[in-house]
Design a protein. Structure first.
Length: 148
């Protein structure tokens, strides 16, 4: 007997295992996040926004805390912008038409965990879409409106 039929049998068995539904392979819930990643925890680094606005801030939500200047309001605006299937930290899609308005040199970088997912997002104010994206998350991000 040629070795080919046993190889085909093994390959077909492996394909059957790989095609099994994802839930069928695990019997229980996913393992919990490590303790330092439990809950919603974000680190915000702001540069070029001006005195009192630049710096590194930590924000914890659910329960709230950290050294962010307005933790309750920051958590509220993040909750309001969190929708199923929509990332509140997603960048502006590359094919979006935006007004050519310069919102200044401010940048922000956000890392951590939000809604059980890792976050690593950058923000700037280089055009109208980026300004709107930033402003949507005020007061999590500092308010840079002219009268602010």
């Amino acid at each position: 007997m040629s070795p080919l039929p046993p190889l085909l049998l093994a390959a077909s068995l492996l394909c059957g295992i790989a095609a099994a539904p994802a839930g069928a392979a695990s019997a229980g819930p996913p393992p919990p996040l490590p303790e330092d990643r439990a809950g919603d925890h974000l680190t915000l680094v702001v540069r070029g926004a001006g005195a009192g606005r630049d710096g590194v801030r930590e924000l914890f939500c659910h329960p709230g805390g950290g050294d962010h200047p307005a933790p309750a309001d920051a958590c509220r605006v993040l909750d309001e912008n969190t929708r199923w299937g929509r990332d509140p930290f997603a960048p502006v899609p590359p094919d979006t038409l935006c007004t050519m308005i310069d919102g200044g040199p401010a940048t922000a970088h956000v890392t951590g965990y939000w809604a059980g997912r890792p976050v690593d997002a950058g923000f700037r104010r280089g055009d109208g879409c980026e300004i709107a994206r930033w402003d949507r998350l005020v007061p999590f991000l500092p308010d840079l409106a002219p009268d602010a």
